[in-house]
Structure formats: C-alpha cells, structure tokens
Ligand binder design. Structure first.
Ligand code: SF4
Ligand code: SF4
Length: 392
C-alpha cells in the first residue's frame, strides 16, 4: 500500500513535469498509461483493504469497549488514510489524461495530494529513520544491575517501570507519534485474534492520545488496563509487522515493570517468579537431576567432556516437560547421526532458567541477576557456541 502511494506520487510528479513536452505524442500517452496502470490497480486494492481494516477496527473497538472519543479519532485518522489513497489514485489518473485542459484543476488536486501525503508520512518516516538499525529483540534496559552491584548507581534511585509518559525512552515516544492506525499490528496479534482484551493498535493510539491531551506527565496506566498488558504474549508479531517501526513490546514491558513495582500480579505470575528464585526454573520442580535422563541417552556434562565444542542449552521446558523432551531427544538423534554428539556437553544440575520469562513479565532485576549468573557459568566452562531448542 505504501509503495503504491509513494510510487504513484513520484510518477505523477514526473508526468506533471514532463507533460508540456510530451502531450502531443500518442506513443508517450500509451507508455505513461502502461506504467501507471499497475499502480492505479494497486491503489484501488489498497483502498478496498483499508475499508476492510476500518470495519475490523470498529469490531475491535466494540470488543474492547473503547470510549466514544477514541472511536471518533480513530475513524477520522483512518478516514484520512483512505482519502489519501483515493486522492493519490485520482492525481495519477488525471496526470495521464490527454490534453492540457483543466490543467489548473489537475495541479490543484496534485498539490493537495502531495501536501497530505507529506503530512501523513513525515512522523512515521522520522521514526523509521531513528529506529533503523535497532534489532527487534533489542528490549530496552531501564538499568544495568552491574552498575548497582559495583556501586556506580544508587539502588534507591533505580526505577524499573514507567509511571509517566515522559519516562518512556526516545524510541517509544517517537513510536507513539508515528502510529497512523495502519492496523498491521492488530491483524497479526494472536491476542486480538483469540478475543483477549488487547489490540496493539488501540494500546499505542490510546497512549498517543493521552500524550496529546494531558501531556507527557500523564500516567499511562490511567488509560491502559492491567488485563490489556497481561494479555500480551510478547511474541513481537506487532513490531515485526508494523511498517513504521512502532515498538509495542518495549512499551508493554515497560508498563508491566510498573505493574510489578506496584505488586499488581496474579497468583500464577507471582508463583512463576517465586519458582525462579527458589528452584532456578519456571516449573517449580527441584533442579537437582534435571539432566539425568539426558546422561542416560549418552550426553556428557561439561565436567565429563571438558573439550566440548558446543553447549547444549536444554531450557526449562526441554528439561522437565515430557512433550518438549521429545524434541530434545530428536535433536540428540540428529547430532548423533551427524557424528557431533562427542563434541556436545550439557550443564547438568548447573543449568537454570535463562531468565527470559522474568524479563517478559517485567521483573527486570531478576532477569539480569539470572543472566549474569549464566554469563559467569559460560565463562567458567569456556563456552563458545550454544545449541538450543529454547526459544528464548
Ligand atoms: S502501530 Fe504500526 S501497524 Fe499498528 S496501527 Fe500503528 S502504524 Fe499501524
Ligand atoms: S507482542 Fe503482544 S501485542 Fe504484539 S502481536 Fe504479540 S501478543 Fe499482540
């Protein structure tokens, strides 16, 4: 859709510029028509798709019970995008019409279209440029626990979560300004598809509107509910699919950190964090013997195989869950067949959780503690390469 809009604008500018020289040539008209028609077809499809997105977003508004003001603003913004598409198609079509008649009309339509496109795209483009080389999994760190341990930062000054919009980092703030309700995030969100009380589009727009109305000092939790934040699986499909680089997951995790600070977690989430502290794994099972079954399959520990080349990081699910164990067994068979099993070792009882579940729940401090411990362990055994089935 965006390529069709930007392609059509570029082509219509080119045609407008060269028109006085080529308008007498029949051949030039055929060529211009041939080049423009795929773009016009693309714009018509984009128009139909946008209407369908608008209809879906109205359904989602009903599901999430958003306010009348939100609904009105959302419809207006999406209406502008639909208008831009229609106007761009008209501009391109009129720029290839034969003859210089109605030149003033053509130029006026084109000028309005170019202005609207420029206004519409400037903020998303700035966001894309600022966020250009930031990896999707690069989650913002509110602090570095090493600074606290080594005394460079006073622990009492460390704040994990975001209690005011002004505490969001530059990328997140730009994200709020960049969202133009394209809706690709909502379309790819498993939580929205499953009918859970979350739409990444609505969440980002609610925060953008809050910033626009009551300013950066506002508390995001005034407009985003706990249920919305906990409904997210942190899969990242929203950020991956957003064409303007909005960082939904960063924002959601920042707000979850605040919920953790306020102790607004249900029993299940509290238990998971407790399991990490008490057992070193998410399952709440004693860690002792977690890899015994692997040793029975012929996999050696790092102590039994000090010359290993690859560390097999099994992960909590792979270690304890009977179905995930089948995946690990299959991987071991592959390694055995490839003649690599002798070069592989496991950590045995020393392996714990990687800490990612704590981070995604918003317990950044616990995550960093676990991560540091794992780094120490890797250093101790000289780990260079890791093979894992753990998705984290
Ligand atoms: S966050 Fe991105 S994909 Fe979602 S509605 Fe906004 S611009 Fe579109
Ligand atoms: S990360 Fe959360 S908001 Fe984004 S697509 Fe996944 S579930 Fe939806």
């Amino acid at each position: 859709m965006h390529l069709a809009i930007l392609g059509a604008v570029s082509l219509s500018i080119l045609y407008t510029l060269i028109y006085p020289w080529v308008y007498r040539s029949q051949l030039a008209h055929y060529v211009m028509f041939g080049v423009a028609s795929p773009l016009i077809v693309g714009l018509i499809s984009a128009f139909a798709w946008r209407v369908q997105v608008l209809a879906r977003s109205l359904r989602v508004h009903g599901m999430l019970n958003v306010s009348g003001e939100f609904r009105g603003r959302s419809i207006r913004l999406q209406g502008v995008l639909i208008g831009v598409i229609a106007l761009t198609a008209t501009t391109l079509a009129t720029s290839i019409l034969p003859g210089l008649l109605y030149l003033n009309v053509k130029l006026t339509v084109a000028a309005v279209d170019y202005m609207l496109v420029a206004i519409f795209y400037v903020r998303p483009e700035v966001n894309l440029y600022a966020d250009f080389d930031r990896a999707l999994h690069d989650i913002r760190m509110p602090f570095n626990i090493k600074d606290v341990i080594e005394g460079r930062v006073d622990a009492s000054q460390v704040s994990m979560g975001v209690s005011r919009l002004s505490e969001l980092d530059m990328y997140e703030t730009l994200s709020l300004d960049a969202c133009v309700e394209i809706g690709a995030c909502e379309e790819s969100c498993p939580a929205t598809a499953a009918g859970r009380p979350l739409s990444p589009r609505v969440l980002v727009r609610k925060l953008a509107m809050l910033k626009g109305t009551t300013g950066p000092g506002s508390n995001p939790l005034d407009v985003v509910s706990d249920d919305e934040l906990w409904a997210c699986t942190t899969c990242g499909a929203c950020t991956y699919n957003c064409p303007v680089g909005v960082r939904h997951v960063d924002i959601i995790i920042d707000l979850r950190r605040r919920l953790v600070e306020l102790g607004r977690l249900d029993q299940k989430k509290s238990n998971l964090l407790l399991n990490l502290s008490q057992y070193g794994n998410t399952m709440g099972t004693p860690n002792y013997g977690r890899h015994e079954w692997l040793r029975e399959l012929g996999v050696k520990t790092v102590e039994e195989n000090p010359g290993f080349q690859y560390l097999l990081w099994v992960g909590c699910m792979g270690s304890f869950d009977s179905r995930a164990r089948e995946i690990v067994k299959a991987l071991i068979e592959v390694l055995r067949e490839a003649g690599l099993l002798d070069k592989v070792a496991i950590l045995g009882d020393e392996e714990t959780c990687c800490g990612d579940p704590a981070r995604r729940l918003g317990e950044e401090g616990r995550f960093q503690e676990i991560a540091l411990r794992n780094i120490e362990l890797f250093r101790k055994y000289g780990v260079r390469r890791i093979i894992t089935i753990c998705p984290h």
